[in-house]
Design a protein around this ligand. Structure first.
Ligand code: ADP
Ligand code: MG
Length: 281
């Protein structure tokens, strides 16, 4: 028992809440006949509720593989991933991924049917409730008027909005996004970043967002995990609450971007080569 701060102080003990998501010493590997490719090496990070947590690193450093592991699609070769303290070992409705590709929507379903499908099948909602929830989230991304349209009639940005509505409608514990705006033109990308931040203000979900763009990481993230080139290891974890779309281009923003660039690319190269190794059967 610790002493009270001053006589008569009534201290109420608030139990420390464990992080929502814990990535604990996670190494991920791809095994092909004759060799093992290590995608990430002993990565650690914690995501708390309502964080906008960004994984930032160069192409090939294992960001997508990490996201797939968090979503339960790739089992760790070592370490453990826990959601609310429970080990993640299979995909489920608590972690939903929005991918970069525009073809993530089945083309034979309308926009509304696309959003309804996982609500009906993974959340077990009846038709009427699923329709209401789908329309609510389509309205939030500005696509209610396109509910009966088919995906091929939509622009890339609109398809991504449908994918975001479909994911948010599931009320996942963590929304995972893998470079969702990377294939969009620059103006649409900026607009989508703005909309995502507005949705987050509105719905306060927990976001785990992958990007290779330093600027995007600073704009979207409240925390940024810097990963080294292949295989991805944690270089640093930074706070980036201070930045938003309005600060982009400002002196402080530029200075932060340059600092991150140096941390990503100018840190000493590891002597040890653990990226690939032969398998000795
Ligand atoms: P990022 O998303 O950061 O670009 P990835 O997670 O896609 O990186 O890939 C990490 C590493 O794993 C890369 O070196 C890549 O070549 C390798 N890799 C990815 N997918 C496979 C696969 N299916 N089989 C073998 N190696 C893979
Ligand atoms: Mg990737």
């Amino acid at each position: 028992m610790s002493e009270p701060l001053h006589p008569g102080a009534h201290l109420r003990v608030i139990p420390a809440r464990p992080p929502l998501l814990q990535v604990d010493g996670v190494s991920l590997e791809y095994r092909t006949p004759g060799r093992v490719v290590r995608a990430t090496h002993r990565v650690n990070f914690d995501v708390h509720g309502a964080d906008r947590f960004v994984l930032l690193g160069p192409s090939g450093c294992g960001k997508s593989t990490l996201l797939k592991a968090v979503a339960g699609f790739v089992p760790p070769a070592e370490g453990e991933i826990r959601l609310e303290g429970r080990r993640v070992d299979a995909p489920g409705p608590d972690c939903i991924v929005v991918f970069q590709e525009f073809d993530q929507l089945p083309p034979w379903k309308t926009v509304k049917q696309n959003v309804m499908f996982p609500l009906r099948h993974a959340r077990g909602m009846g038709r009427a409730e699923a329709t209401d929830v789908a329309m609510h989230y389509l309205d939030k991304v500005g696509l209610a008027p396109f509910a009966e349209a088919y995906p091929h009639t939509l622009s890339g940005g609109m398809k991504q909005r449908v994918a975001i509505a479909r994911a948010l409608a599931m009320r996942p514990k963590v929304l995972l996004m893998d470079e969702p705006f990377a294939a969009l033109d620059a103006l649409t990308r900026r607009r989508m970043q703005e909309e995502l931040l507005a949705l987050w203000e509105d719905a306060a979900f927990t976001l785990l967002f992958v990007t290779h763009s330093i600027e995007e990481a600073l704009v979207v993230g409240s925390r940024i995990l810097l990963l080294s080139p292949h295989p991805g290891r944690v270089r640093a974890e930074l706070n980036s609450h201070a930045f938003n779309l309005a600060s982009q281009g400002g002196a402080e923003f530029q200075a932060a971007a340059q600092r991150i660039h140096r941390m990503l690319f100018e840190a000493p190269v590891e002597a040890e080569n653990i990226g690939e190794r032969a398998v000795h059967a």
